[in-house]
Write a protein that binds this ligand. Sequence first.
Ligand code: FEO
Length: 184
Amino acid sequence: MLVNTVIYMGYGKEITMLTKKMEAELNGQINKELYSSYLYLSMSAYCNSIGFLGFANWLRIQAKEELDHAMKLFDFILERGGNASLATVEQPDAEWVNLSNVFDATLKHEQFITSSINHLMEIAVEEKDFASMSFLNWYVSEQIEEEANAEEIVRKLQFVGDDKNAMLTLDKELAARVYTPLAE
Ligand code: FEO
């Protein structure tokens, strides 16, 4: 069992530092969230290039939310006395066949992120790192929503098929999405 060091922050205030393993895994997750942001921004540019501005808007907001997910991890690492080390963010794809291809890839990517969060939670449980468990619970819940949102658009695109009017209606629906910053 790994023993965490306690660091003192002032009178009666102490926090338990992250283990090096947990710190490395959380840093890895920052990179994945930043890549998610990059990927969705690239997808947004593609949707824009083919004239679907509503889809582009939805993905652009998604990219912003992924940045928030990365920053939440960044702040948590610092709060726990760890080092936030930022690695190279991989270049995302820039070309897709069509909108269905974009959202199939979105859903697949979110499923990958869910498995990554589950892996982080497994480590937190293994290390009896209760603070990380509590923190990661937020991501576990968020991933349910992330997958459900992507899946809903995948299903709508399947339903719409080649119907251009229905596609424009869906584009209009996605144009209504607004960015909501994470609560502090
Ligand atoms: Fe940060 Fe879409 O997961």
